[in-house]
Design a binder for this molecule. Sequence first.
Ligand SMILES: Nc1nc2c(c(=O)[nH]1)N[C@H]1C(S)=C(S)[C@@H](COP(=O)(O)OP(=O)(O)OC[C@H]3O[C@@H](n4cnc5c(=O)[nH]c(N)nc54)[C@H](O)[C@@H]3O)O[C@H]1N2
Ligand SMILES: Nc1nc2c(c(=O)[nH]1)N[C@H]1C(S)=C(S)[C@@H](COP(=O)(O)OP(=O)(O)OC[C@H]3O[C@@H](n4cnc5c(=O)[nH]c(N)nc54)[C@H](O)[C@@H]3O)O[C@H]1N2
Ligand code: SF4
Ligand SMILES: [Mo]
Length: 685
Amino acid sequence: MSKIMERKITTCIYCGCGCGLYLQTDGNRIISSVPSRNHPVSDGSLCVKGWNSFEFENSRERITQPLIRRGGKEGKLEPATWEEAIELVANRFSSFKERYGSDSLAFLSSAKATNEENFLMMKLARAVFGTNNVDHCARLCHASTVTGLALTMGSGAMTNSVEDFDKADCFLVTGSDTTGQHPLIGSRIIRSVLDRGAKLLLFDPRRIRLSKYAHIHAQQRPGTDVAWINGLMHVIIRDGLEAREYIEERTTGYQELKRVVERYEPSYVEGITGIPAKVLEEAAHIYAGTRKAMIVFAMGITQHTTGVNNVKSLANLAMLTGHVGFPAMGVNPLRGQNNVQGACDVGGLPDVYSGYQKVENPEARKKFMKAWEVDYLPDKTGLTLTEIFQNACRGKIRGIYVMGENPALSDPNLNHLCGCLKRTEFLVVQDLFYTETAEYADVILPAASFAEKDGTFTNTERRVQRVRKVMEPVGNSLPDWKIISMVAKAAGYHQMDYKDPSQIMDEIASVTPIYGGISYDRLEPFGLQWPCPDKNHPGTPYLHKDRFTRGKGRFLPAEYQPPAEEPDAEYPFVLTTGRTYWHYHTGTMTRRTSVLAREIPENYVEINPADAEAMNLKNGEMVSVSSRRGSIKVKAKVTEYVGEGLVFIPFHFAESPANILTLQDTDPEAKIPALKVCAVKIEKA
Ligand SMILES: Nc1nc2c(c(=O)[nH]1)N[C@H]1C(S)=C(S)[C@@H](COP(=O)(O)OP(=O)(O)OC[C@H]3O[C@@H](n4cnc5c(=O)[nH]c(N)nc54)[C@H](O)[C@@H]3O)O[C@H]1N2
Ligand SMILES: Nc1nc2c(c(=O)[nH]1)N[C@H]1C(S)=C(S)[C@@H](COP(=O)(O)OP(=O)(O)OC[C@H]3O[C@@H](n4cnc5c(=O)[nH]c(N)nc54)[C@H](O)[C@@H]3O)O[C@H]1N2
Ligand code: SF4
Ligand SMILES: [Mo]
């Protein structure tokens, strides 16, 4: 008899807030999702995506059977057994390894999947196939943060906890559309402003929902962030507002910082950014003069060719004023995906094992060789996601295994990228749905959703929380951790046999100092925040207490550099891309959720009324938007949310992909693409 009306608590699949919610099932179908009242993040609420997170799992479009392309690249995808599909993947990958070497292979882990699954993916790449070519969407996201904060403070993670948003007296928010993309954090900021009189300093080129609540909303020109952040520091030092003792005791490199920001007088900064000098001065005084001040940032800061410099500059600003290392005082990158923090923590990156232990460090290699019972692990940093596809184009990468990502819609410059996917000799896609990327696949492996498996996700405040199986996997789909183990075994590796995901977590804890004290029995009721080094450690609500993770905080000043592409006579508009509250990334789940799909059914381009008038363009008319890389057709949405000369397009829609237009130029250190600025022209269609 089927179980009826069961209710289990789990963690939301969408954003990095990591809300706790109950999924209620009737037989093998989820019928509702409701918030946990006592959960430290959700606190009795959810956003519209959380409330509706129960529908896509039972979509009729789920892939329910492994598929194999028969008859060469032009052949058709046909149903296959698990045995046949797994054999094929293991054999092809093993033969590439033999013929062309391990580095002809690449693996994409997934910020949608669990910690346990990401750990196994990097173990598969490294221990079984001998390559460090493993990466995931963090490269398109907070790669600049991981690099920039590791260099300045020693850890790429958020300093504070979500509950600190109820305690801070000043928020400097930049490049984060918080109410749309981290709604349960955005609402705390609004509550603090309205109920407690906290000051909100917003630096965002677009008007967003937070603008209404902001004490100051400075609308900088896109891509000019280093200039205004240096400008704030210039004013702080000029007016003697820097935290002298803190700088002396806890940091290095102050003299060099002082020398660099000297030049960034408010009037000079105004010329670059368009932010009035007076506004900059006032913001500097409020931020430096409020003790409990938090910096909050996301993609508007990271997705630039100067992403790492942007992040370093924010870290400099926080250290200059002594605003880091205390409750409600810190530098807070809002991590995007439900488990992007975790996918990084457990080593889904080309340069580190779990816990950010470098693959180039012989001691770390020795430790993992022993734990995994192998006599070889590769010693040089692997390729990043952006480099993997470039190398596939050149024929250097032959086999790519993509778990839970959809690069054919989420990567920049799609005309080029899809050419690379086409040229990839053997592509494996493991997903819930037949995605745009799956169209290029040679093998498709059907994965179970977050509601069909056990595991953990780590949210933006470093909280490791349980994910629970509430229903059986749909059709013949299987949890990612099982699929990866099967591939490992078929490739001849026998150290990947687990009864359940809790055993994988025990292995993670045994080799990962920051997760050392974590085990499933300790994750009740609402998880633990790392660092949690041992079984008795209560977890860590904020970082850099007493000393920075790296010892002394290091000022790393940066000079302003213009964006890689700026508007000109032929392409006169600046295009910035991003998200909406209602949809999630490439839409695989939200566009299969009736409420969300109904609210925003199709793509649009936001354009200022003055620009629309100059083109005699009415709201709702079709336009073609073109860049040097390609062209799409979308509806014009005439709105003051963007200023003159700026347009915005979300990247959720496969019918008119924003990423046809975007630039693939990357930050030289973090290799993150410049998804926030490129030049376009607009014509009536
Ligand atoms: N509803 C929803 N929520 C999501 C997601 C989703 O797809 N949908 N995705 C999740 C993921 S993975 C992520 S990474 C986060 C992203 O969360 P956000 O980073 O908040 O989302 P974005 O829409 O990319 O926009 C960032 C903000 O940057 C601003 N901006 C644009 N150009 C610049 C610039 O040059 N400088 C500065 N300082 N700001 C600029 C934009 O106006 C926008 O307000 O959201 C997560 N949450
Ligand atoms: N123009 C532009 N492009 C961008 C950005 C931008 O701001 N502008 N932002 C970038 C950022 S920050 C990010 S994070 C990326 C996101 O880029 P992607 O990660 O490529 O996008 P998603 O749509 O989240 O893809 C996740 C896939 O995982 C599948 N999935 C869900 N759950 C599971 C599971 O349990 N197992 C498996 N195997 N699959 C599962 C989903 O169906 C989906 O196909 O996009 C980037 N691209
Ligand atoms: S705020 Fe984020 S984690 Fe919470 S319900 Fe919404 S999408 Fe889910
Ligand atoms: Mo992201």
